[in-house]
Write a protein that binds this ligand. Structure first.
Ligand SMILES: Cc1cc2nc3c(=O)[nH]c(=O)nc-3n(C[C@H](O)[C@H](O)[C@H](O)COP(=O)(O)OP(=O)(O)OC[C@H]3O[C@@H](n4cnc5c(N)ncnc54)[C@H](O)[C@@H]3O)c2cc1C
Length: 316
């Protein structure tokens, strides 16, 4: 059985940075990611968004951030691997009865997440026109598309698609949007963008190789039909963190309870990033990076009590 100093569970931005920081301090680590690509919410929900709050970068796209985090990693990365069970025996944690690690760092974020789907029965053929994740906007060049939803994800996707597509209709069930007002104002200035509110999709069918949506106007009997090459559904995501209770972790609200060293109630298990909750915490990437440094430094001190930890070459 493979043995490691540290097993990192979750390969989002925070898990990736924790891997890099642990590698820098010579820890033998393995990082598990349930999905087939690393990067967590950044990779799956907003790869093309320009992120403006990562220190020392004026702006960088989600996919560039994940690439930069992954590039220096030489420690073991295990994609497509969902951690289900953790047991402790003889000073080691057993992960899915397959891997052994002296300590564990949980970076599972919001847990396994799935998109909220259209509340309409959809056939396999119709499914091909419906997108729940944003990939490369250039794939939709010159198309007629619709984005459904009223939050930041819907507005971000619309802003990414608009420069590529022929026309874009933003459909929301309320006249007001929950997303950033500045994003909405940007969209309103674009000549190929139409905003349709308050409309709710009630049915769909394929007609002339396009997806025809039937839209009901909320509060009236008015119905309209519109056809698209592709539609993007941004109704949010359902996340499932139930597994944390099975691992015996104490929760605080929806997240794991940690102390100031990022230790959980189980000795040897630490948690950081969006998986934890404490007063004043905000779900931001850079904060998770700082938590990674706290957790890894404390893990090294516990694993190697005689080792002098050099955080940087010169101290004042
Ligand atoms: C639309 C949107 C825009 C955002 N914009 C910004 C922004 O501009 N700036 C900013 O700082 N933050 C932003 N955020 C927040 C940011 O994305 C999160 O704070 C960040 O992704 C948290 O990182 P994480 O690694 O803790 O968790 P996640 O990114 O949630 O990653 C957790 C990973 O763990 C994996 N996992 C879960 N359970 C298991 C398991 N049992 N076994 C193995 N793997 C598992 C998941 O598959 C996932 O890949 C935004 C969020 C959204 C939704």
């Amino acid at each position: 059985m493979n043995k490691f100093d540290l097993a990192i569970i979750g390969g989002g931005p925070v898990g990736l940075f924790a891997t890099q920081f642990a590698q820098l301090h010579n820890l033998n680590t393995i990082t598990f990611e349930a999905l087939n690509r690393f990067g967590g919410q950044v990779e799956w929900l907003f790869p093309n968004k320009e992120i403006k709050d990562i220190p020392s970068y004026e702006s960088l796209s989600g996919k560039d951030l994940i690439k930069k985090l992954k590039t220096p990693l030489t420690n073991t990365l295990q994609p497509n691997y969902r951690v289900e069970t953790i047991k402790k025996e003889d000073g080691y944690f057993f992960i899915n009865d397959e891997y052994q690690a002296k300590t564990i760092l949980i970076t599972t974020g919001l847990g396994a997440f799935h998109p909220k789907t259209l509340p309409i029965k959809v056939t396999k053929t119709e499914e091909k026109f419906i997108n729940y994740f944003m990939t490369d906007p250039t794939n939709y060049k010159n198309q007629k598309v619709a984005v459904l939803g009223g939050g930041d994800t819907a507005l971000d996707w619309a802003l990414q698609l608009a420069p590529m597509v022929n026309s874009l209709t933003l459909i929301h069930r309320r006249p007001q949007f929950r997303g950033l007002e500045s994003s909405l104002n940007q969209l309103k200035c674009l000549s190929n963008v139409k905003i349709s509110t308050p409309y709710l999709p009630k049915g769909l069918q394929i007609k002339d190789n396009l997806l025809e949506l039937t839209l009901n106007k909320i509060g009236s009997n008015e119905q309209s039909k519109q056809s698209f090459d592709n539609i993007f559904v941004a109704y949010g995501f359902k996340s499932d963190n139930r597994i944390l209770r099975n691992w015996g972790l104490e929760l605080s609200g929806r997240g794991i309870q940690v102390d100031r060293t990022m230790a959980t109630n189980i000795p040897g298990i630490y948690a950081i990033g969006d998986s934890v909750e404490y007063e004043g915490r905000v779900p931001m990437i850079a904060l998770g990076f700082g938590e990674a440094q706290i957790a890894i430094t404390n893990i090294i001190a516990k694993l190697f009590p005689d080792k002098k930890i050099t955080l940087h070459s010169t101290s004042i």
